[in-house]
Design a protein around this ligand. Structure first.
Ligand code: DGL
Length: 283
């Protein structure tokens, strides 16, 4: 089988890149839903429907395991799909397919705790010592998934989200570095003003933003750690495959790139990040 990697567009390539590095012999199929990108300004039901369609396309292509390399899809749709659609799909097709998200590994990396760990609440007030900024799409920020799930595990961490409504679309469209840096700086400034000081650490909570991680690093205080979703997801996938040897990740090193949008080469911002030409085939 192949491992499927799904995103609304090119952002998930940041995760895919790390997965390929970590599992060089495994077979991967990447699917970008560029006909419908960006997801971040869409309503929940649309995000669920589009994510379902993307997973189904990857299952049909032979992937038994799909990594949702998209915070918006994982945060809004994953639980819904796992509860209802996935069991039904398995039953109808007789295949033990599964979908893994990106938010659980990111929260594990941010809290330093396994997902199963929930903080004991003793009722006393816990001082918030660690200020964590999360930059994400409006849909992810509105879901408050990072605030809710981190607070369950680490009450000493104060989470502040900054919704960046245009950033994923600008990256997807290949905007120039000056425009991108201006937008990134504006969001770091806005979050800093809202908190009253810069965050101590930050999560780039949209996989597209990893492509401009250098711009976030330059705008944030020197030394403020960035929590990298690609690393956290690769670690989580390695642990998952170890626990589930029934998923065979393949051995031929296949790399297939599919898009629901316009097939062909990607723009230079993406290819620079990728380190070479990237040719997408029609999904
Ligand atoms: N890359 C995606 C994420 O991680 C989605 C960006 C978008 O489509 O708005 O949230």
């Amino acid at each position: 089988m192949s491992i499927g990697v799904f995103d609304s567009g090119v952002g998930g390539l940041t995760v895919h890149h790390k997965l390929v590095e970590r599992f060089p012999a495994a077979d991967f199929i990447y699917l970008a839903d560029q006909a419908n990108t960006p997801y971040g300004g869409r309503v929940g039901e649309e995000i669920v429907d589009l994510t379902r369609a993307g997973c189904e396309r990857l299952f049909d292509a032979g992937c038994d395991l799909v990594v949702l390399a998209c915070n918006t899809a994982a945060g809004i749709a994953l639980r819904r799909l796992q509860q209802t659609w996935l069991p039904d799909w398995r039953w109808r097709h007789g295949r033990q397919v599964n979908i893994l998200g990106i938010i659980v590994p990111t929260i594990e990396a941010a809290t330093g705790l396994p997902w199963e760990h929930e903080a004991e609440r003793r009722g006393e007030k816990v001082e918030k010592l660690d200020v964590l900024g999360v930059f994400s799409t409006p849909a992810t920020a509105a879901s408050r998934v990072y605030e809710i799930e981190i607070d369950k595990r680490r009450q000493d961490v104060a989470v502040f989200s900054e919704a960046c409504p245009t950033l994923a679309g600008l990256i997807e469209g290949g905007a120039g570095p000056e425009e991108l840096a201006r937008v990134v700086e504006g969001h770091v400034r806005a979050l800093t003003a809202r908190i009253g000081r810069p965050p101590d650490r930050a999560i780039l909570g949209c996989t597209h933003y990893e492509i401009v991680a250098g711009m976030f690093r330059a705008a944030l205080p020197p030394g403020a750690p960035l929590i990298h979703q690609p690393d956290a997801t690769a670690d989580a996938l390695a642990r998952y495959l170890e626990r589930h040897p029934e998923y065979d990740a393949g051995r031929s090193g296949q790399r297939l790139f599919l898009t629901t949008g316009r097939p062909g080469a990607q723009h230079s911002l993406v290819e620079t990040f990728w380190g070479g030409p990237l040719n997408f085939e029609p999904a």
